[in-house]
Design a protein around this ligand. Structure first.
Ligand SMILES: Nc1ncnc2c1ncn2[C@@H]1O[C@H](COP(=O)(O)OP(=O)(O)OP(=O)(O)O)[C@@H](O)[C@H]1O
Ligand SMILES: [Mg+2]
Length: 506
């Protein structure tokens, strides 16, 4: 596919944003037929480096060379003309449009000045086939799952026959099967002579997939080389600048008081949730495990009234008093971390301070009861930033300019400030680095010691194991099994598959 050998290098790249040097003299090199893992803690500068290659930002100083020739990358269109394609950290699909519209958005083929739908279909079919997808170009984006949407992002990237593809945390919303498929596609791209940069926090993923690795810390390259020279311990050590061992999560005692605080009875949402019954104890971490699409997120959304329910009763129990409660009233009692931080969790153009304190403004009312005590607010915000190690240049930095993982921490921080009795956490550790995961789990643990109750969903089964007091398994909108804290990965996986899926997976 690529006739001439392709090699791209970045030399002495510096990029400053107000208050932060995101990249400090970074050198980087990749050539065709190689997959490079780009690793680093939240805020290390990975996305910024790739955004420069993708034409989203320009470097302040430093040079980019393709095959030894200095180039400039003016904007994303220019990047794609130069053979660089970007698959982003968050899915960016236009859901109301067809797959083919999403794929060809800038490049729709025309005939005599008119849109040529049949040619568009041919182009799309060919690319979809190349990545092993049997989706139809005419399907609507909103009708396909996150894994397939991710595939369309890749298909879109392939329209321009790129020589370099940048993947920024592509697997954070994929199931195991979809991940395996993605890795197959990436390896096939390597065979075709494409160069790939792969950003992830899931270190286990990179072995068996990547050829090379580069580790960044605080805007600098700490180390790079062949993946074989980088066992996991070394990477963790390099990215955090600390001892290589993974930070320990405080060992849980798994003694939960038999003191129920929340009961859900026969909750139904037609076609989505079926006869959900559950209870949550004081000081308990209740893990909800299930495959993508099993109804985990839908359950949490229904409980707090974000989606309507057809039937069911929820009771909250406080000091022995059992009281029926409507979902939208329950929402007032719950610290809710949603999976979709971009659309539901954050006020993107607002400051970090506002995003952290918004759920807790009442606590900052001054003596007058009308005005916010800004000093108090500032102190609390500072405490939360410290507690969660959120990388910010100042409290007034806009949330949209934080790194992905730090945005996630802001959502969690908001609810820590509010200090509710219940926390519903949907993928709270998605997109955060290895050390931060341990930190967040320690914070959750502390919450339970102070009597808070946690309902947690995570697609990272290894992170849940040994951490929850109890597990509920969901499949197709129903709770199909319950396990104590001793549950194994095999037990949870097995229980999350229906008979039909078991047949397929064998
Ligand atoms: N547009 C911007 N304006 C201001 N600061 C920014 C902007 N984009 C990035 N930054 C800052 O640059 C630093 C590096 O961020 P970057 O997004 O590159 O990190 P990252 O390594 O991708 O982290 P993560 O793993 O959390 O995604 C962070 O301190 C971030 O807040
Ligand atoms: Mg990033």
């Amino acid at each position: 596919m690529n006739n001439s050998h392709f090699k791209l290098s970045m030399q002495n790249i510096v990029k400053e944003f107000p208050g932060v040097k995101a990249l400090d003299k970074v050198n980087f090199e990749i050539e065709q037929g190689k997959i490079m893992a780009l690793i680093g803690a939240n805020g290390a500068g990975k996305s910024t480096l790739m955004n420069i290659l993708g034409g989203i930002h320009q470097q302040d100083t430093g040079e980019i060379l393709i095959n030894g020739k200095i180039i400039t990358i003016k904007d994303p269109l220019d990047a794609s003309k130069k053979g660089i394609a970007f698959v982003h950290q968050e899915l960016t699909a236009l859901s109301k449009l067809r797959i083919m519209d999403n794929m060809l958005i800038n490049d729709y083929p025309t005939k005599l000045g008119l849109i040529d739908d049949s040619e568009a279909k041919v182009i799309c079919k060919k690319i979809l086939k190349r990545i092993g997808s049997d989706l139809a170009p005419e399907d609507l984006m909103e009708d396909i799952g996150p894994g397939d949407q991710q595939m369309i992002e890749i298909a879109r990237a392939l329209v321009h026959k790129p020589k370099l593809i940048l993947f920024d945390e592509p697997t954070s919303s994929l199931s195991k099967k979809e991940k395996d498929n993605l890795f197959k596609v990436i390896k096939k791209l390597r065979e075709d002579g494409v160069a790939v940069v792969y950003i992830t926090h899931l270190l286990d993923e990179i072995y068996g997939l990547c050829d090379e690795v580069m580790v960044m810390r605080n805007g600098r390259v700490v180390s790079s080389g062949l993946i074989d020279e980088f066992p996991k311990d070394r990477i963790i050590c390099d990215l955090s600048g600390e001892d290589g061992r993974k930070k320990n999560v405080t060992k849980k005692s798994f003694i939960v008081k038999d003191d129920v605080v929340l009961v859900v009875e026969d909750l139904n949402r037609s076609g989505i949730l079926h006869d959900i019954n559950l209870s949550l104890n004081k000081g308990e971490v209740l893990g909800i495990w299930g495959l993508m699409g099993s109804g985990r997120t839908e359950l949490v959304r229904a409980l707090v009234g974000l989606d309507p329910i057809e039937s069911g009763t929820i009771y909250s129990i406080c000091d022995g008093h059992k009281k029926q409660i409507a979902p939208h009233d329950l929402r007032q009692l719950v610290g809710l971390v949603t999976e979709d931080r971009r659309n539901e969790g954050l006020f993107q153009p607002m400051t970090v301070a506002i995003n952290l304190s918004i759920a807790n403004l009442k606590a900052f009312l001054g003596k007058s009861g009308v005005f916010i005590d800004r000093k108090k607010e500032k102190n609390e915000v500072e405490k939360t930033i410290k507690k969660l190690n959120i990388v910010v240049s100042s409290q007034s930095q806009q949330v949209r300019t934080l790194s992905g993982g730090n945005q996630q921490k802001v959502i969690l921080g908001r609810w820590l400030q509010r200090n509710p009795e219940l926390f519903f956490l949907d993928e709270p550790i998605k997109g955060i680095d290895v050390n931060a995961k341990a930190e967040v789990k320690n914070i959750i643990h502390e919450l339970t010691i102070s009597g808070k109750s946690i309902l947690i969903i995570s697609s990272e089964i290894e992170e849940l194991l040994g951490f929850c007091d109890r597990y509920l398994v969901m499949n197709r909108g129903s709770i199909t099994a319950e396990f104590p804290h001793t549950a194994t990965k095999e037990q949870l996986m097995e229980a999350s598959l229906s008979a039909r899926e078991k047949g397929i997976m064998q």
